[in-house]
Design a protein around this ligand. Structure first.
Ligand SMILES: Cc1cc2nc3c(=O)[nH]c(=O)nc-3n(C[C@H](O)[C@H](O)[C@H](O)COP(=O)(O)O)c2cc1C
Length: 301
Protein backbone atom coordinates (compact mmCIF):
# COMPACT_ATOMS: atom_id res chain seq x y z
CA UNK A 1 0.00 0.00 0.00
CA UNK A 2 3.06 2.21 0.23
CA UNK A 3 3.42 5.25 -2.04
CA UNK A 4 6.20 7.82 -2.29
CA UNK A 5 5.33 11.43 -3.02
CA UNK A 6 8.06 14.02 -3.46
CA UNK A 7 10.47 11.79 -1.54
CA UNK A 8 8.06 11.26 1.36
CA UNK A 9 7.03 7.63 1.81
CA UNK A 10 3.47 7.07 3.04
CA UNK A 11 2.32 3.66 4.26
CA UNK A 12 -1.07 4.19 2.56
CA UNK A 13 -2.22 6.55 -0.21
CA UNK A 14 -5.16 7.63 1.99
CA UNK A 15 -4.71 11.02 3.67
CA UNK A 16 -7.05 13.01 5.96
CA UNK A 17 -7.86 16.35 4.27
CA UNK A 18 -7.25 19.82 5.67
CA UNK A 19 -9.96 21.45 7.75
CA UNK A 20 -11.79 18.22 8.46
CA UNK A 21 -9.29 16.52 10.78
CA UNK A 22 -8.28 19.29 13.20
CA UNK A 23 -4.54 19.13 13.85
CA UNK A 24 -4.58 15.31 13.78
CA UNK A 25 -4.04 14.88 17.51
CA UNK A 26 -7.75 15.42 18.26
CA UNK A 27 -8.50 12.16 16.39
CA UNK A 28 -5.81 10.09 18.10
CA UNK A 29 -8.22 8.31 20.46
CA UNK A 30 -10.90 7.60 17.84
CA UNK A 31 -8.85 6.75 14.75
CA UNK A 32 -5.93 4.33 14.37
CA UNK A 33 -3.71 6.97 12.77
CA UNK A 34 -1.10 4.38 11.80
CA UNK A 35 -3.55 3.07 9.17
CA UNK A 36 -3.43 6.41 7.31
CA UNK A 37 -0.70 7.63 5.00
CA UNK A 38 -0.81 11.14 6.43
CA UNK A 39 -3.06 13.82 7.79
CA UNK A 40 -3.19 17.44 6.70
CA UNK A 41 -3.59 20.07 9.40
CA UNK A 42 -6.19 22.82 9.36
CA UNK A 43 -4.83 25.77 7.34
CA UNK A 44 -2.21 27.73 9.29
CA UNK A 45 -1.83 31.49 9.05
CA UNK A 46 0.76 33.94 10.38
CA UNK A 47 -1.57 35.11 13.19
CA UNK A 48 -4.48 33.25 14.85
CA UNK A 49 -7.85 33.72 13.13
CA UNK A 50 -11.37 33.51 14.58
CA UNK A 51 -13.08 32.73 11.31
CA UNK A 52 -16.51 33.83 10.09
CA UNK A 53 -19.72 34.30 12.05
CA UNK A 54 -22.34 31.50 12.23
CA UNK A 55 -24.21 30.03 10.46
CA UNK A 56 -21.12 28.91 8.61
CA UNK A 57 -21.78 25.25 7.89
CA UNK A 58 -24.88 23.58 6.41
CA UNK A 59 -25.78 20.25 4.90
CA UNK A 60 -26.95 20.11 1.26
CA UNK A 61 -28.13 17.28 -0.99
CA UNK A 62 -25.17 14.89 -0.96
CA UNK A 63 -22.78 17.47 0.40
CA UNK A 64 -21.91 20.25 2.75
CA UNK A 65 -21.36 23.99 2.43
CA UNK A 66 -18.88 25.75 4.69
CA UNK A 67 -17.61 29.26 5.19
CA UNK A 68 -15.52 28.62 8.29
CA UNK A 69 -13.26 31.48 7.23
CA UNK A 70 -10.00 29.64 7.83
CA UNK A 71 -10.26 29.76 11.63
CA UNK A 72 -7.01 28.49 13.14
CA UNK A 73 -4.66 28.81 16.11
CA UNK A 74 -1.90 30.52 14.08
CA UNK A 75 1.50 29.08 13.21
CA UNK A 76 3.21 30.00 16.48
CA UNK A 77 0.77 28.23 18.78
CA UNK A 78 0.63 25.33 16.32
CA UNK A 79 4.39 24.90 16.79
CA UNK A 80 4.27 25.44 20.57
CA UNK A 81 1.13 23.48 21.45
CA UNK A 82 0.17 21.04 18.69
CA UNK A 83 3.49 19.93 17.17
CA UNK A 84 4.98 18.43 20.37
CA UNK A 85 1.93 16.09 20.51
CA UNK A 86 2.08 15.41 16.76
CA UNK A 87 5.75 14.38 17.07
CA UNK A 88 4.73 11.63 19.51
CA UNK A 89 2.38 10.06 16.94
CA UNK A 90 4.42 7.46 15.09
CA UNK A 91 3.91 5.95 11.64
CA UNK A 92 1.85 8.74 10.11
CA UNK A 93 3.12 11.80 8.28
CA UNK A 94 1.93 15.29 9.17
CA UNK A 95 1.41 17.68 6.29
CA UNK A 96 1.04 21.33 7.34
CA UNK A 97 -1.54 23.28 5.32
CA UNK A 98 -0.41 26.87 4.85
CA UNK A 99 -2.22 29.99 3.64
CA UNK A 100 -2.02 33.78 3.73
CA UNK A 101 -3.64 36.87 2.27
CA UNK A 102 -0.33 38.06 0.83
CA UNK A 103 2.71 36.21 -0.50
CA UNK A 104 4.78 37.52 2.44
CA UNK A 105 2.26 36.03 4.90
CA UNK A 106 2.54 32.59 3.26
CA UNK A 107 6.34 32.80 3.23
CA UNK A 108 6.38 33.85 6.91
CA UNK A 109 4.32 30.79 7.90
CA UNK A 110 6.63 28.46 5.95
CA UNK A 111 9.76 30.06 7.43
CA UNK A 112 8.41 29.52 10.95
CA UNK A 113 7.51 25.89 10.22
CA UNK A 114 10.95 25.27 8.65
CA UNK A 115 12.51 25.70 12.10
CA UNK A 116 10.36 22.96 13.68
CA UNK A 117 10.61 19.16 13.46
CA UNK A 118 7.62 16.91 12.90
CA UNK A 119 6.26 18.14 9.56
CA UNK A 120 6.89 16.06 6.41
CA UNK A 121 5.57 18.41 3.75
CA UNK A 122 3.64 21.63 3.22
CA UNK A 123 0.34 21.92 1.44
CA UNK A 124 -0.08 25.44 0.11
CA UNK A 125 -3.74 26.45 -0.08
CA UNK A 126 -4.05 28.54 -3.24
CA UNK A 127 -7.80 29.10 -2.75
CA UNK A 128 -7.19 32.19 -0.70
CA UNK A 129 -7.94 35.81 -1.66
CA UNK A 130 -4.90 38.01 -2.29
CA UNK A 131 -5.70 41.24 -0.43
CA UNK A 132 -2.99 43.09 -2.42
CA UNK A 133 -4.88 42.35 -5.65
CA UNK A 134 -8.43 43.32 -4.69
CA UNK A 135 -9.17 39.96 -3.11
CA UNK A 136 -8.65 37.93 -6.28
CA UNK A 137 -7.97 34.28 -5.41
CA UNK A 138 -4.31 33.29 -5.91
CA UNK A 139 -5.27 30.00 -7.49
CA UNK A 140 -7.59 31.44 -10.14
CA UNK A 141 -4.99 33.69 -11.79
CA UNK A 142 -2.03 31.98 -13.50
CA UNK A 143 0.52 34.78 -12.91
CA UNK A 144 -0.47 35.21 -9.27
CA UNK A 145 -0.33 31.46 -8.66
CA UNK A 146 3.13 31.26 -10.23
CA UNK A 147 4.43 34.15 -8.14
CA UNK A 148 3.09 32.56 -4.94
CA UNK A 149 4.53 29.12 -5.68
CA UNK A 150 7.97 30.48 -6.64
CA UNK A 151 8.15 32.49 -3.39
CA UNK A 152 6.98 29.65 -1.14
CA UNK A 153 9.21 27.08 -2.86
CA UNK A 154 12.30 29.22 -2.47
CA UNK A 155 11.54 29.77 1.24
CA UNK A 156 10.70 26.13 1.93
CA UNK A 157 13.02 23.48 3.32
CA UNK A 158 10.38 20.83 2.67
CA UNK A 159 8.46 19.54 -0.37
CA UNK A 160 5.55 21.77 -1.35
CA UNK A 161 2.21 20.39 -2.47
CA UNK A 162 0.13 23.11 -4.11
CA UNK A 163 -3.61 22.75 -3.48
CA UNK A 164 -5.37 24.08 -6.54
CA UNK A 165 -8.65 25.95 -6.65
CA UNK A 166 -11.31 24.17 -8.73
CA UNK A 167 -13.04 27.48 -9.47
CA UNK A 168 -11.22 27.91 -12.78
CA UNK A 169 -11.92 27.29 -16.45
CA UNK A 170 -8.85 25.13 -17.06
CA UNK A 171 -7.51 23.06 -14.17
CA UNK A 172 -4.91 21.58 -16.55
CA UNK A 173 -3.48 25.05 -17.10
CA UNK A 174 -3.32 25.82 -13.37
CA UNK A 175 -1.69 22.46 -12.62
CA UNK A 176 0.93 23.15 -15.31
CA UNK A 177 1.52 26.66 -13.93
CA UNK A 178 2.09 25.22 -10.42
CA UNK A 179 4.50 22.60 -11.80
CA UNK A 180 6.35 25.22 -13.86
CA UNK A 181 6.76 27.40 -10.76
CA UNK A 182 8.38 24.54 -8.84
CA UNK A 183 5.55 22.68 -7.07
CA UNK A 184 6.59 19.18 -6.01
CA UNK A 185 3.01 17.88 -5.95
CA UNK A 186 -0.42 19.29 -6.81
CA UNK A 187 -3.54 18.43 -4.82
CA UNK A 188 -7.12 19.02 -5.92
CA UNK A 189 -9.93 19.80 -5.49
CA UNK A 190 -10.62 22.39 -2.87
CA UNK A 191 -14.28 23.36 -2.41
CA UNK A 192 -16.48 24.87 -5.14
CA UNK A 193 -17.93 28.35 -4.57
CA UNK A 194 -21.64 27.89 -3.86
CA UNK A 195 -24.70 29.60 -2.36
CA UNK A 196 -28.02 28.67 -0.76
CA UNK A 197 -31.09 30.78 0.16
CA UNK A 198 -33.79 30.07 2.74
CA UNK A 199 -36.89 30.90 0.69
CA UNK A 200 -39.09 31.58 3.74
CA UNK A 201 -36.82 34.20 5.30
CA UNK A 202 -35.25 35.10 1.92
CA UNK A 203 -31.91 35.19 3.68
CA UNK A 204 -28.74 33.38 2.67
CA UNK A 205 -28.37 30.19 4.70
CA UNK A 206 -24.71 31.02 5.30
CA UNK A 207 -23.86 34.31 6.99
CA UNK A 208 -20.95 34.88 4.59
CA UNK A 209 -23.49 34.44 1.69
CA UNK A 210 -21.15 32.27 -0.40
CA UNK A 211 -19.53 29.08 0.85
CA UNK A 212 -17.42 26.15 -0.30
CA UNK A 213 -19.28 23.04 -1.47
CA UNK A 214 -17.75 19.65 -0.65
CA UNK A 215 -18.81 16.02 -0.29
CA UNK A 216 -20.24 13.40 -2.68
CA UNK A 217 -22.07 16.08 -4.71
CA UNK A 218 -18.74 17.26 -6.16
CA UNK A 219 -17.13 13.86 -6.78
CA UNK A 220 -17.74 13.45 -10.53
CA UNK A 221 -16.42 16.97 -11.20
CA UNK A 222 -13.39 16.31 -8.98
CA UNK A 223 -12.61 13.02 -10.78
CA UNK A 224 -12.73 14.84 -14.12
CA UNK A 225 -10.42 17.58 -12.83
CA UNK A 226 -7.92 15.09 -11.40
CA UNK A 227 -7.83 13.32 -14.76
CA UNK A 228 -7.23 16.61 -16.61
CA UNK A 229 -4.53 17.74 -14.14
CA UNK A 230 -2.75 14.37 -14.21
CA UNK A 231 -2.51 14.50 -18.01
CA UNK A 232 -1.04 18.02 -17.85
CA UNK A 233 1.82 17.45 -15.37
CA UNK A 234 4.62 15.00 -14.55
CA UNK A 235 4.63 15.67 -10.78
CA UNK A 236 2.35 13.56 -8.54
CA UNK A 237 -1.32 14.52 -8.26
CA UNK A 238 -3.23 14.01 -5.01
CA UNK A 239 -6.98 13.75 -5.62
CA UNK A 240 -9.96 14.52 -3.44
CA UNK A 241 -13.58 15.61 -3.52
CA UNK A 242 -16.45 13.56 -2.13
CA UNK A 243 -14.60 10.35 -1.33
CA UNK A 244 -16.78 8.27 1.04
CA UNK A 245 -15.66 4.71 0.28
CA UNK A 246 -12.60 2.73 -0.77
CA UNK A 247 -14.21 2.33 -4.21
CA UNK A 248 -14.40 6.12 -4.54
CA UNK A 249 -10.68 6.28 -3.74
CA UNK A 250 -9.94 3.70 -6.46
CA UNK A 251 -11.78 5.89 -8.97
CA UNK A 252 -9.48 8.85 -8.20
CA UNK A 253 -6.38 6.64 -8.48
CA UNK A 254 -7.53 5.33 -11.88
CA UNK A 255 -8.06 8.93 -13.00
CA UNK A 256 -4.37 9.61 -12.29
CA UNK A 257 -4.02 10.38 -8.58
CA UNK A 258 -0.98 9.00 -6.72
CA UNK A 259 -2.78 9.46 -3.38
CA UNK A 260 -6.17 10.67 -2.18
CA UNK A 261 -7.52 12.86 0.60
CA UNK A 262 -10.75 12.40 2.50
CA UNK A 263 -12.52 15.46 3.96
CA UNK A 264 -16.28 15.75 4.44
CA UNK A 265 -16.66 12.00 5.07
CA UNK A 266 -15.04 12.55 8.50
CA UNK A 267 -18.04 14.72 9.48
CA UNK A 268 -20.42 11.80 8.89
CA UNK A 269 -18.10 9.25 10.50
CA UNK A 270 -14.90 10.35 12.30
CA UNK A 271 -13.37 6.96 11.48
CA UNK A 272 -14.11 7.27 7.74
CA UNK A 273 -10.48 7.87 6.70
CA UNK A 274 -9.25 4.80 8.57
CA UNK A 275 -12.10 2.68 7.12
CA UNK A 276 -11.30 3.88 3.59
CA UNK A 277 -7.59 3.05 4.09
CA UNK A 278 -8.31 -0.50 5.32
CA UNK A 279 -11.05 -0.89 2.69
CA UNK A 280 -8.62 0.09 -0.06
CA UNK A 281 -6.15 -2.53 1.11
CA UNK A 282 -8.91 -5.16 1.05
CA UNK A 283 -10.09 -4.02 -2.39
CA UNK A 284 -6.56 -4.30 -3.78
CA UNK A 285 -6.11 -7.84 -2.48
CA UNK A 286 -9.54 -8.99 -3.70
CA UNK A 287 -8.79 -7.50 -7.15
CA UNK A 288 -5.23 -8.92 -7.31
CA UNK A 289 -3.62 -5.49 -7.35
CA UNK A 290 -0.08 -6.16 -6.09
CA UNK A 291 0.93 -2.51 -5.64
CA UNK A 292 -1.60 0.27 -5.09
CA UNK A 293 0.59 2.47 -7.31
CA UNK A 294 -0.35 0.25 -10.26
CA UNK A 295 -3.83 1.79 -10.15
CA UNK A 296 -2.58 5.33 -10.80
CA UNK A 297 -3.73 6.46 -14.24
CA UNK A 298 -4.82 2.92 -15.13
CA UNK A 299 -8.22 3.92 -16.52
CA UNK A 300 -8.92 1.99 -19.73
CA UNK A 301 -10.36 4.00 -22.62
C1 LIG B 1 -15.22 22.41 7.11
C2 LIG B 1 -14.14 22.41 6.09
C3 LIG B 1 -12.96 23.13 6.31
C4 LIG B 1 -11.94 23.12 5.35
N1 LIG B 1 -10.77 23.82 5.60
C5 LIG B 1 -9.75 23.79 4.71
C6 LIG B 1 -8.52 24.46 4.96
O1 LIG B 1 -8.29 25.04 6.04
N2 LIG B 1 -7.55 24.43 4.01
C7 LIG B 1 -7.72 23.74 2.82
O2 LIG B 1 -6.80 23.74 2.00
N3 LIG B 1 -8.88 23.08 2.56
C8 LIG B 1 -9.88 23.08 3.47
N4 LIG B 1 -11.06 22.41 3.20
C9 LIG B 1 -11.22 21.69 1.92
C10 LIG B 1 -11.00 20.17 2.06
O3 LIG B 1 -9.68 19.90 2.54
C11 LIG B 1 -11.24 19.45 0.72
O4 LIG B 1 -10.38 19.98 -0.25
C12 LIG B 1 -12.68 19.59 0.21
O5 LIG B 1 -13.60 19.59 1.28
C13 LIG B 1 -13.06 18.51 -0.80
O6 LIG B 1 -12.95 17.20 -0.26
P1 LIG B 1 -14.20 16.43 0.45
O7 LIG B 1 -15.34 16.46 -0.52
O8 LIG B 1 -13.68 15.03 0.73
O9 LIG B 1 -14.50 17.16 1.69
C14 LIG B 1 -12.09 22.40 4.15
C15 LIG B 1 -13.28 21.66 3.92
C16 LIG B 1 -14.28 21.65 4.89
C17 LIG B 1 -15.54 20.84 4.60
Amino acid sequence: MQVTIAGVTLRSPVIAASGTFGYGVEFEEIVDLSKLGAFVTKGLSRAPMEGNKAPRLIETSAGMMNAIGLQNVGVESFIAEKLPKIRKIRDVACIANVFGYTIEDCVAVVEKLNEADGVAMYELNASCPNTRHGGMTFGTHPAMLAELVVAVKSASKRPVMVKLSPNVTSIAQMAAVAEGAGADVVSLVNTFVSMSIDIETRRPRIKNITAGLSGPAIKPIAVRMVWEAARAVKIPVVGMGGILTAEDAVEFLLAGARAVQVGTASYADPRAVEKIATGLKRWCSSHHVMKVGDLTGAMVI
